[in-house]
Write a protein that binds this ligand. Structure first.
Ligand SMILES: [Zn+2]
Length: 205
């Protein structure tokens, strides 16, 4: 599988792409939603997507993958599985770590995860909307002593507008137009926007 169109077809096959008239958590209206969890629930699709995403960083000598929970967990695991195992590793493959929010909402590295000083890290997330979770994960990795080589995501919804402090690549560019309710062409056509629900929206990143 090499064309990005084929990866997009996996999202469609899994029902992860929804078209209609939606009200985003930001209050903006949009004609399309993509929920990565819907495609990642299928292990063979997740494996293919992880392989495709890992391929974008094949020459970066990655020593660990770090993902922000929850959205980045599955795809981080699959990307790590697909990366080449480096000499001197313990034989389990490239480690896939994650960072998570504590009770006060701060992104932290817990569960005994550690990075070696200068360990080369790839930060992986499912969707970039504003890229906020990836930026926080980069900060946590640096505070833990790691060196962030690059960041990756399955989908970039921003149209390439996010500025990351490291090399950043998404498997799919999917700029999804959104509108102020007053200026929404779908509203003008007379339909009503529906809220897919925050579990589906996942626009917090
Ligand atoms: Zn509308």
């Amino acid at each position: 599988m090499d064309s990005r169109q084929e990866y997009y077809k996996l999202f469609e096959a899994a029902g992860a792409v929804r078209k209609g008239h939606f009200e985003l958590s930001s209050g903006l209206h949009s004609s399309m939603y993509v929920q990565c969890a819907q495609v990642l629930q299928y292990p063979r699709f997740a494996e293919k997507l992880g392989h495709g995403l890992a391929g974008l960083f094949a020459n970066d000598r990655i020593e660990a993958v770090v993902s922000p929970a929850m959205g980045g967990l599955i795809i981080g695991q699959e990307v790590a599985r697909a990366l080449p195992e480096l000499p001197g590793s313990i034989g389990g493959g490239t480690p896939a770590l994650f960072v998570e929010r504590d009770a006060s909402g701060n992104m932290t590295m817990r569960r005994g995860f550690q990075l070696k000083p200068g360990q080369r890290v790839l930060v992986i997330e499912d969707v970039w909307t504003t890229g906020g979770s990836t930026l926080e994960a980069i900060r946590v990795v640096e505070e833990a002593g790691g060196f962030v080589v690059a960041a990756g995501a399955l989908i970039d919804r921003s149209g390439g507008k996010i500025e990351f402090p490291v090399e950043a690549q998404a498997l799919l560019d999917l700029p999804i137009a959104s509108y102020e309710p007053d200026d929404c062409p779908l509203c003008r056509e007379g339909s009503a926007a529906v809220k897919p629900g925050s579990r589906f929206v996942r626009s917090a990143s």
